[in-house]
Structure formats: structure tokens, C-alpha cells
Design a protein around this ligand. Structure first.
Ligand SMILES: Cc1cc2nc3c(=O)[nH]c(=O)nc-3n(C[C@H](O)[C@H](O)[C@H](O)COP(=O)(O)OP(=O)(O)OC[C@H]3O[C@@H](n4cnc5c(N)ncnc54)[C@H](O)[C@@H]3O)c2cc1C
Length: 389
């Protein structure tokens, strides 16, 4: 059964899905293994994706985007990730974590200055919350911003910044009042070409290797007050609201990886023979196919449902934290399950770089870690259900 039969799509949604599928097959598929091997940032394909509107799908056209809805974003991202999750990571950060946050919390001047170039694919954005000593627990971050007249002076080390080695602009979270812990965090927008901005060590990663990741250091970096995003102390609220949207993107990424692993497995099970039969005829293999398919379709419903909840929230102001967390949790664990199963179904060749299934396996793991680990998603979901604040 095709996903669209379970979840009927409008013509507009079908057309963005098809456009992303065509682009991914034609432009990314021939390069994916090469970029995975080299770990080089795929700037040319990313710029082309920007020209097609994929870097700001939900951003209104007057700010350089495609002016479409969250479901369109999810469908396009799923298709890109089905071919290469690393391109998907870069796309997801530009859309959900960078443009989305500024569109929601930024001033008109900030939208013009920062969203327009990133949404139109002329520049790369990044989101920087994590530090070497604080990931899940952002309230313990050590970087500092101190107000001096109309400027803030920033110092500190941020880690695990996706697109950090190349990003032109960053949404960055820094402590302005450490005593207040997470309520003392403030968000800023940064230009990478100003003095005091230093790109640190590049992370040697297991998967999504072409989405370059690095540390960023701030050394007496002067940030004018007009580049503060929201009010002082609102940073944590902004970071979490932005992550709600981001988690829907990661869930779509996970869905794409799982589908790629599944399709490769079905094709191989129909073709590979052992003991005089196609391996798909063995129940040990066919039941794996059944479990993959069932979990993928359940993930699809959670992911598309979260996209619709976000879209409704644009009108009603309602949060979609729970829908996003459940979609990310289930889809990422499905991606890991499907990729792990795909390697098993392929036997020895599944472990080889000659086929992309080993890349799906390495890429799937990140979806259970970034933008809130699976443990953090369970914490978010259970606290809401139990009424724990
Ligand atoms: C490839 C990659 C790209 C990334 N990109 C970005 C980016 O662009 N921007 C950014 O800001 N960050 C980014 N990150 C950082 C990422 O979001 C964090 O790694 C993640 O949130 C986990 O934080 P941590 O690594 O500090 O782990 P920790 O918070 O130290 O957690 C370690 C373990 O403890 C568990 N744990 C922690 N607290 C609890 C709890 N209360 N209950 C149960 N278990 C708990 C975690 O689930 C995990 O298993 C990226 C990370 C990677 C690997």
C-alpha cells in the first residue's frame, strides 16, 4: 500500500513531494556515497535546493521562501532523506531551527536581514544550543553574554553545531543571568564574518557525514542589541518552541531513512536466493519485512499528524509539543529498527560500502540523539500525560 493511500494528499502536496523526489534522485543520489566518504559539505546541491525553495518551505514568499505549509515541508524532507539524510539534516536546520525561529520570534528587520538570504538559498543558517558540558540540560550552559551599553559581549564555546564549519548566520543561546539557570538564557543572532567568531574543531562523525558539524567559539564577540532575538531571559522558551518544530523535521528525516532501508530490503528479498528459494520466501525474512512496513506506516501517521498539528497551531496558537515528541520518538526508533533489519536481510553485502544500506544504518542513529534524545522525548511525553511540570 502506498503511503498516499493511507493518508490522502492534495495535488499541491503531491507535487512538492514529486519535485523533491526528482531532485533527490537526479542531483543527490549520484553524489551521496562520495560526500559520505569525504565528509565534505555539499554546498552546490544545497544552493540548488535553496533556489527551488527547499530551504524555506514554510517561509512566506516575501521573505524568500516557498510559502507552503508544514505538511509540504515534511513530505519534501522525507524524500530528500530517503536518498541522503545528510542533505536532509542541513535542510532541516535551515528550515525548522533557523528560519522558523526567526519568523516566530524575530523583528521585521531580523526577518529581512537573516531569513531572506537563508530561505532563498543564498546563505546557510545554524542553531547553537549545545555546549561541551550541557546538552539535554541546557540550564547548565557556561557561555556568557554581558550587556555593555547597546552591545552584548559574548564569550564561550558551543559544540555540535550542524553546518558550523560553513554557516553564515547562527541563532545562538547564551547565558545572560546564570543564577536563574534556564530562565537566564537569551537568544542572539550572529554573523560569522564578525571578529570574535571562531570556527572550532570539526566533529569526525559516524553518520550524516556530509552535514559538517563543528564547535564555535566566541571571544569578546560584540553583538548589538538589535541582534538579540526576543527579550533577555526568553532564550530557553524560544529554544524549546523551535525544537518542537525541529522534532517534526527529524521525524520526517527518520521516516525517509526507514523507507529507504525498507525498499532496499524488499528488492533484495525478492532477488537473493539461498537453499533453492528467494530469501523473501523464508518466514525469518518475510516477517521482518512485515514488521518494518507496519512500523513505517505507523510512523508516517504520527509524522503527518504532527505536521497538521503544527499547521493548526499557526491559527490557534496551540502548542504541538506532544505530537512532535511522539512522532520523533517513534519514527527515529523505527529508522534504527529498519536500518538494522535491512543490514541483516542483506547479509554480508549489507555490511559493505558497495551498497547504501550500511549508510542508512549509520545515519539512522543520529535521529535518536539530536534535537532531544529518545529519553528526553519520553520525559516530555510522560510529563504531559502525568501533569508533571
Ligand atoms: C551529529 C550531531 C549534530 C548536532 N547538531 C546540533 C545543532 O545543530 N545544534 C545544537 O545545539 N546541538 C546539536 N547537537 C547536539 C545534540 O542535540 C545533543 O548531543 C543531544 O541533545 C544530547 O545532549 P548530550 O550529547 O550533551 O548528551 P547528554 O545530555 O549528556 O545525555 C547523555 C545520555 O543521558 C541521557 N539523559 C540525559 N538527561 C536525562 C534524563 N533527565 N532522563 C533520562 N536520560 C537522560 C540522554 O538521553 C543520553 O542518553 C548535535 C549532536 C550531534 C551528535
Amino acid at each position: 500500500m502506498a503511503g498516499s493511500e493511507l493518508f490522502p494528499l492534495s495535488e499541491e502536496h503531491e507535487s512538492i513531494r514529486q519535485a523533491a523526489r526528482n531532485f533527490a534522485q537526479k542531483e543527490i543520489a549520484p553524489l551521496a556515497a562520495e560526500f559520505d566518504e569525504s565528509g565534505e559539505f555539499p554546498i552546490k546541491t544545497i544552493m540548488k535546493m535553496g533556489e527551488l525553495g527547499f530551504m524555506g518551505i514554510e517561509v512566506p514568499e516575501e521573505y524568500g521562501g516557498a510559502g507552503m505549509d508544514t505538511l509540504a515541508y515534511v513530505l519534501a524532507l522525507e524524500e530528500i532523506c530517503k536518498v541522503d539524510a545528510a542533505h536532509g539534516t542541513i535542510m532541516s536546520v535551515n528550515n525548522s531551527l533557523f528560519c522558523n525561529g526567526i519568523m516566530k520570534f524575530g523583528s521585521e528587520a531580523q526577518k529581512q536581514k537573516y531569513v531572506l538570504p537563508v530561505a532563498s538559498g543564498k546563505a546557510v543558517g545554524a542553531y547553537s544550543l549545545t555546549e561541551p558540558m550541557s546538552g539535554s540540560d541546557a540550564g547548565t550552559m557556561r557561555s556568557r553574554a554581558i550587556r555593555q551599553g547597546d552591545d552584548y559581549i559574548l564569550n564561550g564555546r558551543k559544540s555540535w553545531v550542524t553546518s558550523g564549519p560553513v554557516a553564515d548566520y547562527l541563532v545562538l543561546f547564551t547565558m545572560t543571568d546564570p543564577e536563574k539557570k534556564h530562565r537566564g538564557i537569551t537568544a542572539f543572532l550572529r554573523n560569522s564574518d564578525k571578529s570574535g567568531f571562531v570556527r572550532g574543531k570539526k566533529e569526525p562523525k559516524l553518520g550524516i557525514r556530509a552535514s559538517a558539524t563543528s564547535e564555535i567559539l566566541f571571544e569578546d564577540y560584540h553583538c548589538p542589541i538589535e541582534d538579540r532575538l526576543g527579550e533577555e531571559g526568553e532564550g530557553f522558551k524560544i529554544a524549546m518552541a523551535v525544537l518542537d518544530a525541529g522534532r517534526i523535521g527529524i521525524a520526517a528525516q527518520a521516516l525517509g531513512i526507514a523507507e529507504a532501508a525498507y525498499e532496499a530490503s524488499v528488492a533484495y528479498a525478492k532477488e537473493r536466493e539461498a537453499f533453492g528459494s528467494k530469501i523473501g520466501e523464508f518466514q525469518g525474512i518475510s516477517f521482518k519485512i512485515a514488521d518494518m512496513k507496519t512500523r513505517i506506516e505507523a510512523s508516517r501517521l504520527l509524522v503527518y499528524n504532527a505536521a497538521l498539528a503544527k499547521e493548526r497551531g499557526k491559527k490557534t496558537g496551540e502548542r504541538f509539543t506532544q505530537e512532535a515528541a511522539m512522532a520523533k520518538l517513534f519514527a527515529s526508533e523505527t529508522a534504527m529498527f529498519a536500518a538494522h533489519t535491512a543490514v541483516q536481510i542483506h547479509g554480508g553485502i549489507g555490511y559493505s560500502k558497495e551498497l547504501p544500506v550500511e549508510r542508512y544504518f549509520r545515519d539512522a542513529k543520529i535521529t535518536e540523539i539530536y534535537e532531544g534524545t529518545s529519553e528526553i522525548q519520553r520525559l516530555v511525553i510522560s510529563r504531559t500525560e502525568l501533569g508533571i511540570r
